[in-house]
Ligand binder design. Structure first.
Ligand SMILES: *Cc1c(COP(=O)(O)O)cnc(C)c1O
Length: 488
């Protein structure tokens, strides 16, 4: 099975090349030429396996250059004792028709662990398979969750190093402590004067500096990114949709073959797109419900067929969904409209900040996706409602999806649905407490634990006692020198 660029069907690579390169040379994303299939008999067999068995089987269908034994080894490392729940991605039912898929039992308490505990294993193996001799240095600009999850994934992984830049003004105290106390010999963390845009612009500048790339190459290094455009980050996510379906059936609340809906809190469109690939393979999914916060560019696109990023940016209490350009949407557009149409739309997005798809493409997308959004007030009210009604605590991102599903149900659409739960409520403790009526907490984690009678996840509980290893802060103009120095 080969992969090609979303902007050019003739730009072909192997699975290992797609993962090693990350982005196609023409700026497109890599997608499989054709999708493997998944029959009901196979789903029935997967339902008898644990999460690791399910994940290895799904990934094996997409990665012909990797043996099943190799992938079995990867899943036991990526989804093992580093998770605080044996099921890895458990379903929590609130009624017979509704379950929350908890994807935050990993080392950083957000769903990005599901992919970033696996990506380093896939990437280092891919580099070996293509004969790459140089060491990879992962560069990340982060507004919070991705940086920490990438650090945990790559720390002490042989043949790699990782540098994370976060904006001095603009990450929460917990997120900052999570990063500055990071363990590992091959890691560097630094803040940057300014906001996320400054950090992001600085990293992009380093990536596009050809002279610098040659200088690093002479020293035996090359730079790569860990963001969700890499196929190796998307693929591990396909598995938990299949796994959730198996568990819904195992719970006796769905007949094998009966359709199940998924409601997904969405930013970059990576998570929900992985689910769509599972559906294309044959997983019985009814529809996907794409849930946004006040940055509702996807709601508008899925309703009207016009994607328009020319709009104000809102900083919300679900910051990991504060995104105006959802890069993974390009993969869906490629499947629905073809490579040459994608090239045109992306050029228009670049020049005018917007594009409109044809009526056929819009209808085809709407057959698979519905959309909705809610603001911060509604998000908080939903956290309180779910806690009071079910005694179940959800985070601000999950609450957006939960609320959007509630709106559809109020319109009479009642179908079995999984709400994809993307972060532990403790990661956004201050806003979750606010939703429960506790303002200005002195010790947010302890107070959330007391208010909800739940336990603080171990990776967050010990944070305050951990030694801060990285206190550095650089100007935007000094970032490149820091990379150079670290790789000396
Ligand atoms: C990254 C993130 C999202 C958005 O996921 P996408 O794949 O970008 O759509 C939602 N919730 C949380 C907690 C996240 O960290």
């Amino acid at each position: 099975m080969m992969y090609h660029s979303t902007r050019d069907n003739n730009c072909k690579v192997t699975d290992a090349q797609a993962i090693a390169q990350g982005l196609a040379p023409d700026g497109g994303l890599f997608v499989p030429d054709s999708l493997p299939t998944l029959s009901l008999e196979e789903i029935q067999a997967l339902a008898k396996l644990d999460y690791r068995g399910r994940a290895a089987a799904i990934m094996h269908k997409f990665l012909p250059s990797f043996s099943k034994e190799e992938l079995d080894g990867f899943v036991s490392r990526a989804y093992g004792k580093n998770y605080d729940h044996d099921a890895i991605a458990p379903l929590r039912f609130t009624d017979d028709n509704t379950a929350y898929l908890e994807l935050w039992h990993g080392p950083t308490c957000a769903f990005k662990d599901m992919a970033l505990q696996m990506l380093p294993l896939l990437l280092t193996a891919s580099l070996k398979k293509i004969g790459e001799q140089r060491q990879v240095c992962i560069l990340v600009a982060t507004s919070g969750d991705t940086g920490k999850a990438a650090l945990e994934g790559f720390r002490d992984v042989e043949g790699t190093s990782i540098i994370v830049f976060f904006p001095r003004d603009g990450v929460s105290d917990i997120q900052k402590l999570q990063m500055t106390t990071q363990a590992g010999k091959n890691v560097l963390v630094s803040s940057v004067v300014g906001n996320f845009d400054d950090a992001q612009t600085g990293v992009k500048k380093i990536f596009s500096d050809k002279d610098f790339a040659e200088k690093l190459s002479a020293k035996g290094y090359f730079l790569s990114s860990a963001n969700s455009i890499n196929w190796g980050r998307l693929l591990p996510q396909v598995a938990y949709y299949v796994s959730a379906y198996c568990d819904f059936v195992n719970a006796g609340k769905l007949e094998l073959g009966q359709p199940l809906d998924f409601c997904v809190p969405t930013g970059n469109f990576g998570n929900i797109l992985a689910g769509w690939y599972a559906k294309q393979m044959g997983l019985p999914v009814g529809q996907f419900l794409c849930a946004s916060n006040a940055n509702n560019v996807l709601t508008d696109f899925l309703t009207t067929g016009t994607y328009d990023r020319n709009r104000p940016f809102h900083a919300t209490i679900s910051p990991s969904m504060d995104i105006l350009v959802s890069s993974n949407l390009e993969r869906l557009l490629c499947a629905k409209g073809g490579e040459s149409a994608v090239s045109q739309w992306m050029a228009q997005l670049n020049q005018e900040g917007k594009y409109t798809v044809s009526e056929e493409v819009k209808a085809s997308i709407q057959a698979d996706f519905q959309a909705g959004f809610c603001d911060d007030e509604a998000t908080k009210a939903e956290i309180q409602r779910v806690f009071q009604k079910f005694g179940y605590l959800i985070d601000t991102h999950t609450a957006v999806a939960s609320k959007v599903l509630g709106d559809k149900r109020a319109q009479g659409q009642v179908r079995p649905t999984v709400v994809v739960s993307t972060a532990s409520p403790y990661k956004f403790a201050v806003d979750v407490l606010d939703a429960l009526g506790v303002q200005d907490p002195k010790d947010p984690l302890a107070e959330l634990s007391a208010a909800s009678s739940t336990t603080i996840p171990a990776p967050l509980a010990g944070l305050a006692e951990r030694e801060v290893r990285f206190r550095g802060c650089v100007e935007k103009t000094e970032m490149q020198a820091l990379v150079d120095q670290f790789l000396a």
